[in-house]
Design a protein around this ligand. Sequence first.
Ligand SMILES: [Zn+2]
Length: 247
Amino acid sequence: MALKESEAIVLRTYPLREADLLVTLFTRAEGKVRGVARSAKKSKRRFGGALEPLTYVRAHYEDRERQELARLDSFEVLESPLAAEMSYPRAVALGHVAELLDELLPDREVNDAVFRLALSVLPALRDTDVWMPITYFELWMTRLMGYLPELSECIMCGGGLNGSRAYFHVLVDGLMCKDDKRLASSEMSASSRSMAAQMFRSPIESFAGQAWTKANGADLRKFLTQTLQRHIEKKLVTAGMLEKISS
Ligand SMILES: [Zn+2]
């Protein structure tokens, strides 16, 4: 079969037999593709430096008859996350973006909006400040997957929430007013709700240079993580790791 070529983002790699790797790629041309990189650990020429999560590559691969896994021929690095200094928070943040893409995207389904989102978040993840890009990515990803409820009204009574307090609960699909909130609900601050609205109107570059700490948008990220985990029916490994980062 013919060799294909596509821009792609490396999501994950798993060791497979001796020197081979199983690689999950998010390709622009075909969506998520899984394939085997034969002798990848030895072949610097074909895959050198291109196997870190969130490396942006030009991938060459081919499908094999009656085989689910593609044969990965070679990757050419277009942009590597290793070009900037790697800190632990940054490594976890890159892993988080990769995990969300891997868990939320179906195999072999083109999604150019998500591909463009991922590409726009990559440069923002060069810095040590990870919370703004993580929040931006989670928010847009939840929306592009069709999982984001209306944030300006109570999911129970339909009442408007702008100007009043809003709450969320791990088992409920949207925000609730103070009369409808359940026991053990968390509050979503007005500032996080207005930040979300701003993020839907503006490209990620317009938030660059804002000093974020972990506290910024923490309630929004908790709500988004709960929403995503409810839909995929499992815990996100990297969400727990992000939770443990101290600043
Ligand atoms: Zn209500």
